[in-house]
Design a protein around this ligand. Structure first.
Ligand SMILES: [Zn+2]
Length: 196
């Protein structure tokens, strides 16, 4: 199964899929610095699926290892597709509970580049692990999961909410990633990032 886990430079086919969508002409990141990764994972029905991610080459090996661990431990992911399958719309990708990484974009509501723009951040099961600010929850269809206490949360997949110090948290932390759920004002429970 390890053969399903692979890492490639961005070829013409992938370039054609991302150009003008998640990848835009810019001075911050070249396609040379990004990698296309294929993985295998289990979905919530226990079915084996193929997934794909685009990440910075600096974290490509670690991301492959992390997703191999997720696969071996049958950690369920609903979907793992390039955000371009959702028109590079973060909102649509999150609503579909799609796990994704690279997207050349700013942090919502600011003009600051997100670490997703460098391929240095990954969002895991974003509907179950929404981004919660004092004002709102995104995606909207993840509102149930804003309540992080499994005893109170009504969500069907509450057992797979990422929690501080749980298995997946430790998996990312041990490879130098920070978790958005540890932030003070904004709680971005889906988000793991490594500084540039
Ligand atoms: Zn994120």
């Amino acid at each position: 199964m390890k053969r399903m886990f692979s890492c490639h430079r961005i070829d013409a086919a992938v370039k054609g899929r991302v150009e003008g969508l998640s990848y835009k002409e810019n001075r911050d990141i070249t396609l040379e610095r990004l990698r296309y990764i294929t993985i295998a994972y289990y979905d919530f029905g226990g079915r084996l699926r193929e997934g794909e991610l685009m990440v910075n080459r600096k974290i490509a090996e670690d991301i492959l290892e992390i997703f191999y661990e997720l696969y071996q431990n049958r950690y369920p992911l609903e979907r793992v597709a390039l955000i371009d399958e959702y028109g590079a719309s973060d909102e649509r990708s999150m609503e579909a509970n799609n796990t994704s990484a690279f997207n050349y974009r700013t942090i919502a509501g600011t003009d600051i580049l997100s670490l997703h723009a460098y391929g240095m951040a990954v969002d895991i099961n974003p509907r179950i692990n929404p981004c919660v600010t004092p004002e709102n929850v995104t995606p909207k269809n993840g509102a149930k999961y804003a309540l992080r206490d499994p005893d109170q949360c009504q969500g069907k997949y509450k057992d797979y909410m990422i929690q501080k110090d749980d298995w997946i948290y430790t998996l990312f932390k041990s490879r130098g990633f920070q978790w958005g759920g540890d932030w003070k004002m904004i709680k971005d429970y889906q988000h793991f990032e490594r500084p540039l």
